[in-house]
Design a protein around this ligand. Structure first.
Ligand code: SF4
Ligand code: SF4
Length: 114
């Protein structure tokens, strides 16, 4: 895939996620740290970390870093330093579809498609 196509897909994915947020309210056990270094975790505001810094703090199943209204307009307040699990969840993959189903949303479809 060309760099231009990749950049285009990245923009498409960000746009899709900005009107969703389902994976950010999926489960309090979801935004957990895996291979993050201490330095990476230190870049996240401490008030957004779970006890013992095992992952992101959640209120019920909603990640404390999520701003906005799920299914309409959301942003991740720690986007640049978000956990690996968040980076790995991509629009249309299995985890994405599972989260969207739990949130009562339809299956993901590319922005602008059909
Ligand atoms: S559930 Fe899918 S479309 Fe929604 S924010 Fe997560 S990765 Fe993006
Ligand atoms: S850190 Fe950001 S991307 Fe990850 S669950 Fe929380 S709000 Fe969503």
């Amino acid at each position: 895939m060309s760099e231009a196509a990749t950049a285009s897909n990245d923009r498409r994915d960000v746009a899709a996620c900005q009107s969703c947020g389902a994976c950010c309210v999926y489960s309090e056990t979801w935004p957990r740290f895996t291979m993050e270094s201490d330095a990476e975790i230190a870049r996240i505001p401490p008030e957004l970390l779970a006890p013992r810094e095992t992952g992101m703090r959640c209120v019920s199943d909603r990640c404390a870093a999520l701003a906005g209204e799920v299914g309409k307009s959301v942003t991740c307040s720690v986007y640049a330093v978000r956990p690996i699990v968040c980076r790995d969840c991509l629009p249309g993959d299995d985890a994405c579809e599972m989260a969207r189903a739990k949130a009562g949303m339809g299956r993901w479809g590319p922005v602008g498609a059909g």
